[in-house]
Every structure is written in C-alpha cells, then in structure tokens.
Design a protein around this ligand. Structure first.
Ligand code: SF4
Length: 330
C-alpha cells in the first residue's frame, strides 16, 4: 500500500522546504531494496515515422523533419552492440508508423524473437496496437509493454495527444498485463499539470500494476505547437522520481538520458531512480525522443560512460542475470 497520502504528495510538490529530506528518504528506500545496484537499458528508436500528431512531440506527423525507419538487419546490429556493451534490456521503440500498423508487424515480432535469442530481456514501446498484436509480442517473448499515459487528467491528455483515445491506451496496458507482460507507464512534467494531477497520476499508475514508472520533463520541440512553451525547472521531475520511490519501493524508476543527457544523470539518481534509460551507441544514426540528438554521436550515452558516473556515486551497473532475476520476481 502507498506510504504517502495525497496531501503529503501535494505538499512535497508545492513546497521546497522538505525537498532534500524527500531525496534522502528516497535514496534510503532504494538502498533498502536494491543496495548499490542500478540497471541500464539500451534504446533502439527504430522508426521515427508516426501517424499521430501529439502537440509536444518532435516526431508528430505534421512536423516536416527528416525521418528514418531502420531495417531489421540494422536494428539487430545495433541491439548486438548494445548487448555486448553490457545493457540489461533492449527497449524497442517506434512512432505509430503506418508501415507497420497497416501491413507489417511481423517484422517487429521477428526482431523481438531474434533479440530474445541473445538472452536479453526486451521492452516494446510501439504505441497503441490491437490486442492481436499484443498477443504476438507476448508470444515472441517480449518482457515489457511500455506505453505512457503522460497525464491522468483527461482534459490535459486531450490537449497533448490530439484525437487519441485515453481509454484505449489504458486498455492496451491492462491487456498486456493480462497476457503476462510487465508494463511501464510514464508522465510528463511541465505540461500544465497541477500538483493534484501529479498525485492522481502517481496513484493510478500503481493501481494499473505498472512495475516501471517514469517521469520526464517536457522539452519544447522545433516545429510543434508547443515549441514556445518553456521547459520546466527540473525540480518537479526530481521530486516525482523521489515520490515514486517512496510510493513504490520495488519499482523500476528510470533516470532518462533523453532529457538532459549524461550531465543530468546524477541528480536523477540522487532522487531515487534505479534504472538508466536511453543508452544509445554512437554512430548509428539513431535518435532519442525528448532530445533527439543530445550526447548521441558524442558518445555520452554509452554503457561505459554511465557506469563511470555511477561508480563515482558509489553505485554499480549490474549484470544481465541479476536484472533477469529481479524482474522474474514480479
Ligand atoms: S509521442 Fe509518440 S505517438 Fe505521439 S507523435 Fe510522438 S511518436 Fe507519435
């Protein structure tokens, strides 16, 4: 059962008086459950084509940008590089690319099967898909189905995810759970939400059975309707990470390299995160989501660099078997 009341969550979010205490409690809680262990995820954003028009997203269909769709061989090459570097999981992410939606999910399913043969867990982040596609993901061995609600305030959701169905996203998550997959949910910070909205989202993510919960600060993207909205102070994101840790001590809670690159890692780990996401090999032409190119080709998002930062903090990147054992216990 959650250890914090709604009022306590709102107080932490609205006042900075107890922020350092909050972070320290969150670190203590992480230490009790995970010791000094941190998990690292590889990120393969294999298609930046998307049929949707989310107001916050660089890859929305109306944005006239260069896009790519990696071939199966390219995806597998990148996955092998990531696995060899030591990551605990491969996150296969795509926009809602009509190439797959209208004709060819079989390619994605075969990629999952091939990556599973490498002995590494797989997370699939494809957007909203039909039940029969989720069935195939589960049968192919995908461990996680990731789909972010962004907010549980329906009005705000409608402003962000234009013409998309709030309940369909929820149902997809629920169905994947029934099929035995683990689920990840996430919210955005700095998109006009109130402290009450955040508290509500935190409780509902847990109720839906998400074992991985995340928050990322909104970053304005060129060419989108929200390009002139200011990116929020990161303190809210850090506090939400800490609140998630206190509410859900056993959860996997990411520190994403996608918002502030490697420079933003330490603060998120200090707030109680225990997973580092968006590790991308340099020179692959892959993009991130919130900061599409930050630190990618400079090599700032590699396993080695993340592990070095963790070591400086007295923490350690753990091996794949340990990760598998952990998620096997969910
Ligand atoms: S957030 Fe996802 S679904 Fe929305 S436009 Fe971007 S890639 Fe498409």
């Amino acid at each position: 059962m959650p250890q914090l009341t709604r009022e306590e969550i709102i107080n932490y979010l609205e006042s900075d008086d107890k922020t350092e205490i909050l972070f320290s409690l969150a670190r203590e809680k992480r230490g009790q459950v995970f010791g000094d262990k941190i998990f690292l995820y590889g990120f393969v954003y294999f298609s930046t084509w998307c049929r949707n028009n989310c107001n916050f997203c660089y890859f929305r269909s109306d944005n006239k940008i260069d896009r790519y769709r990696k071939s199966k061989e390219e995806v597998l090459d990148i996955a092998v590089r990531l696995v060899d570097s030591g990551v605990n999981l491969i996150d296969l992410t795509m926009g809602e690319d009509t190439f797959y939606y209208d004709e060819d999910f079989e390619t994605v399913i075969s990629i999952i099967r091939e990556i599973k043969k490498l002995g590494v867990p797989v997370m699939v982040s494809p957007g909203v898909v039909e039940r029969k596609v989720i069935d195939c993901f589960a049968e192919a061995g995908a461990d996680w189905y990731s789909i972010y609600q962004e907010t549980y305030n329906r009005e705000l959701f409608a402003k962000l995810r234009i013409n998309q169905d709030f309940d369909k996203r929820m149902e997809g998550r629920k169905y994947a759970r029934q099929k035995g997959m683990l689920i990840e949910d996430g919210i955005l910070a700095g998109i006009g939400e109130s402290a009450e909205d955040i508290a509500e989202s935190l409780f509902l993510m847990g109720d839906a059975g998400a074992y991985q919960v995340r928050v990322m600060s909104f970053v304005p993207q060129n060419g989108t309707p929200m390009e002139s909205v200011t990116t929020p102070d990161r303190n809210t994101e850090y506090k939400v990470i800490a609140l998630m840790r206190l509410l859900y001590p056993n959860a996997l809670i990411p520190a994403s390299l996608d918002v502030d690159g490697i420079a933003g890692l330490k603060k998120r780990i200090e707030a109680g995160a225990n997973v580092v996401t968006s590790i991308i090999p340099p020179g692959t032409g892959l993009m991130g989501v919130a900061r599409s190119t930050m630190d990618v080709d400079e090599g700032g998002r590699t396993f080695k660099e993340v592990a070095a930062v963790l070591e400086e903090m007295g923490l350690k990147a753990v091996g794949r078997e340990e990760y598998k054992n952990y998620i096997g216990g969910f």
